[in-house]
Design a protein around this ligand. Structure first.
Ligand SMILES: C[S@@+](CC[C@H](N)C(=O)[O-])C[C@H]1O[C@@H](n2cnc3c(N)ncnc32)[C@H](O)[C@@H]1O
Length: 292
């Protein structure tokens, strides 16, 4: 079992300039409380500004826009809500628009950040997963959102992907992205709007080579049903929030030891992103082995 190091997403150094611009305008003790980093999705910036700093929000937004020439709109991000995993957003500066096109490795991803989940910090991760897929493989992207994993895969491999999500708006954006990237697309996609468990129960056993389970706070519980639809030697890329790789592995073992008769092996555990203090998102690669 291999364990790799951290691959953090967008970090501070590239974006810290906006705080330099604010120095002198905003009291130093307030400046210290403003995060050093923020996300840029397409031409929209999202900063997780503490609510109590709301009165400084417009100045922060203006500084972000002035120091990032491609940014047209700035939002303050709140908690992640509902099954759709969408961030609460408050407009703080620039255009009042939540729809944008984000570019990753030449792939254009259409998204409305008020209607669907999107995390730009995962671009390298999507690339790595897409690189592990080979031509003619069948992949299930169980929690596809606006489809970034699916797009990376079908734009680089001649493979077949079933892209599923419970959020119909997210899938509308995936359809738009397929149109936008049609010159790059090499593979095939079926888009399904279903609850993951319902879909898994309706699929034929042993028909997929890979499955992507990107719903980190719940994904592990889908493993018993996911392993059924995987072929022998198929891999479930399971994203799990945990403090250590061994605890992430334990979550998998706890779920599978009780409810899954067939054999499996944890092939790799990769730390993908920081999630909270002492909590990380891990990709746990669960490989289906022949039944003993
Ligand atoms: C963390 S997001 C991941 C989205 C996508 N993989 C990405 O990289 O942007 C999880 C997604 O799971 C979807 N979801 C949540 N519960 C679900 C369920 N029971 N069945 C199917 N999709 C679900 C949400 O709508 C959301 O789009």
């Amino acid at each position: 079992m291999a364990v790799e190091g951290s691959h953090e997403g967008l970090r501070s150094s590239k974006y810290i300039k906006f705080k330099e611009l604010l120095r002198g305008t905003i009291p130093d003790e307030v400046l210290k409380l403003i995060p050093n980093s923020f996300y840029i999705i397409g031409d929209i910036a999202v900063i997780n500004l503490p609510k109590e700093l709301g009165s400084y929000a417009a100045e922060v937004g203006r500084a972000i826009q002035l120091t990032n020439k491609n940014v047209r709109a700035v939002y303050m991000g709140g908690s992640t809500v509902s099954d759709y995993r969408i961030k609460e957003l408050t407009h703080i500066y620039g255009e009042e628009r939540t729809e944008t096109i984000h570019k990753e490795y030449g792939i254009r991803i259409y998204v409305d950040i008020s209607k669907a989940y999107f995390n730009p910090s995962l671009s390298e991760e999507r690339r790595r997963v897409a690189n592990s897929v080979v031509d003619n493989e069948r992949v299930l992207d169980l929690f596809t959102g606006v489809g970034p994993f699916t797009l990376h895969i079908i734009c680089s491999k001649k493979s077949y992907v079933v892209a599923n999500d419970i959020n119909p708006y997210a899938l509308t954006y995936l359809r738009k992205s397929l149109e936008l990237n049609k010159k790059l697309v090499r593979g095939y996609v079926d888009i399904i709007n279903s609850d993951a468990l319902e879909l898994l129960k309706s699929l034929r056993e042993e028909t997929f080579d890979k499955a992507i389970l990107d719903l980190p706070h719940k994904a592990v519980h889908y493993l018993p049903n996911v392993l059924k639809i995987l072929r022998v030697n198929g891999i479930a890329y399971t994203y799990i929030i945990s403090d250590t790789p061994s605890n992430a592995a334990k979550e998998v073992d706890d779920v599978l030891s009780n409810s899954y008769r067939a054999n499996y092996m944890i092939k790799n555990i990769i730390r993908v992103l920081d999630y909270a203090p002492h909590k990380y998102i891990y990709r746990v690669e669960v490989c289906k082995l022949p039944t003993k």
